[in-house]
Design a protein around this ligand. Sequence first.
Ligand code: SF4
Length: 396
Amino acid sequence: MTTNGARPGTLAQEPAPTPLALLLLGREADTASERGVDCPGDLPAASDPDLVARARAAKAALGDRVFILGHHYQRDEVIEFADVTGDSFKLARDAANKPEAEYIVFCGVHFMAESADILTSAAQQVILPDLAAGCSMADMATAEQVAECWDVLTDAGIADTVVPVAYMNSSADIKAFTGRHGGTICTSSNAQRALEWAFEQGTKVLFLPDQHLGRNTAVRDLGLSPDDCVVYNPHKPGGGLTPEQLRAAKMILWRGHCSVHGRFSLDSVNEVRERVPGVTVLVHPECKHEVVEAADLVGSTEYIIRALDAAEPGSKWAIGTELNLVRRLAKAHPDKEIVFLDRTVCFCSTMNRIDLPHLVWTLESLVEGRVPNVITVDPETEKHAKAALDQMLALP
Ligand code: SF4
């Protein structure tokens, strides 16, 4: 008998650790990021029947000094206390437009809190209620890996022609890299405009870190061929590509993906069409290309919300995005049939780390004069990341 799928007669070997080896909560921690960290202090028990009352009381005691942001993918119990809801960029801007709020409690994930820190004033502190709320996609591109990639592009003689475009869902380090190299940030709403702008500045784009959003936008919206795209794998020498492949490509896609949207498959689309005759399939552009091609409509979270607001009563929809949002949309539109695209549960596990106990602990800590879990971006990183964010705001 062998284990780990090793052939008889061979030794089963552990795979070599990658720079992003899994860090188990409570066992190891990477203090430079959210990975593997846990919250200091004692959280109230999730079963505490007074949690809602405690959250209300602490929020009321803080008044205008606190502003709570709730990302669309957060749990209902957290959204209930949000002053505003939205996608990550809208929330960061909402926080910047609320300068009287000393404390910005970001109910979302780590990269979102970083963006809020970049866009808010030095007098405001951005707090992430659970430091373990990271984003697996953002973690798929580290500063070291991206610097190494740039060296590969330089050695291939093409770095001068490449414009980096980084998705909002990336760390502050990656945004800063993008700013330093004359690129732009994009969201899922403006990715087309960002790519069009980038192709006016250079002849190639390095798209970070979501290969699916990059490919879907390039092929569907810009009319490029899938063959114009190559995937750079940071775990392989040279990204797993030859210099010739890099020189021939127009889109160099980073090998990253969202672990929620990446789960939807062509089978999910085919199955729901059989299960719900007459259904309109609407998916997020972080889904795989084959899923996006098979769907009826594709759009960002904000687009999905608007499409369902505008939908006819009695219409049937299958939505391919995070489950917390889909369930809230179904509740908000009882006159329409709204189902989740996949039968299997598909929450974002890191978004779900922010729960009511963490929110109560955060608010009560602030009431007691302690400021927990502050997310700060160093000034040098902030300067370059802000340049890339400003370029996005200046997109035509
Ligand atoms: S839904 Fe995907 S991109 Fe968004 S935080 Fe979760 S893993 Fe990251």
